[in-house]
Ligand binder design. Sequence first.
Ligand SMILES: Nc1ncnc2c1ncn2[C@@H]1O[C@H](COP(=O)(O)OP(=O)(O)OP(=O)(O)O)[C@@H](O)[C@H]1O
Ligand SMILES: C=C(C)CCOP(=O)(O)O
Length: 319
Amino acid sequence: MAEEAAQEQQTDPAASRPVRCIVKLGGAAITNKGELESIDAASLRSACAQLRQAMSHGGAAGKVVGMDWSRRPGDPTGPVVDVEGLSEMGGLGLDSNFVVVHGAGSFGHFQASRSGVHKGGLHSTLVKAGFVATRISVTSLNQEIVRALARVLHLQLESVDASQIMLSLHVGFVPVLHGDAVLDELLDCTILSGDVIIRHLAQLLSPKYVVFLTDVHGVYDRPPSDPNAVLLREIAVDENGSWSIVKPALKGNKKGVEISVAAHDTTGGMETKILEAAAIARLGVDVYITKVGTEHSLRALEGDTSSEDWLGTVIRSSR
Ligand SMILES: Nc1ncnc2c1ncn2[C@@H]1O[C@H](COP(=O)(O)OP(=O)(O)OP(=O)(O)O)[C@@H](O)[C@H]1O
Ligand SMILES: C=C(C)CCOP(=O)(O)O
């Protein structure tokens, strides 16, 4: 009986509450992407705190009850479990209908690019070793992210596969997924970006909006390291999937965007993000790309990017 109910919830999206937001914690946002296996702790903390704020109904969400029970007694970071506090969980008014996907940043891209996992070739010992090394690296980042989220969200978090997502949401979990080294029918193995996972999730879950948090304010007309780079405020996507810059009007009617990708980035950097965001917008779901740890990221997570002073890129359907 329980199994049947679970299956029904898994296959029937209407059985679950609608998903409000799918958010990507970009690897460039929460790690120091150029420095091997280095977390940007301040940005990660800020992203978690803002997620909590965005999930809370009308601001303050009460006392924090840590859900990270893996800490040992005597750990200076806090109590192992505050049992009394747990009874308050029900009354906190957190809207758990968020799905979190994180990127790899400096956990995974180095290992993958050095061994060439993204290009396939599992017959090679180097690729096989790189596949394993990439998975170890990105899953160790995942542990840290799940811990950081568990410290501030009064919710249980799980790394889940697609078939479990709807059910997890239904019971009040916040699913946490991530890009990874994966087996592939065409290449035999490759690197799957969190950006691509988000597009699939958007198709599956029809969220109200999607947020990409990264280390720059949004999509620029050229790499943001160029002092003349202009932030693109709005990009429209037509029914064929082609996109055009709506705001601001660029000099010389410039249509394209110049993109640079870090040498060790195995998933295409900002180019992949724009392509995936355009595919999501085509579904009728607005996409916000903005910088982690800013007032703009909080507003994006709350779904409120309408005011003129919001800094970021909105990608939406032209329909
Ligand atoms: N035209 C451009 N507009 C915006 N960012 C750009 C552009 N060209 C290059 N970039 C770079 O893209 C980077 C963000 O893309 P990236 O894929 O690294 O983000 P992420 O999703 O946070 O990281 P990860 O892929 O590791 O999860 C920024 O650091 C920025 O410098
Ligand atoms: C393990 C890796 C390298 C996954 C990469 O995913 P992304 O950082 O979201 O593009």
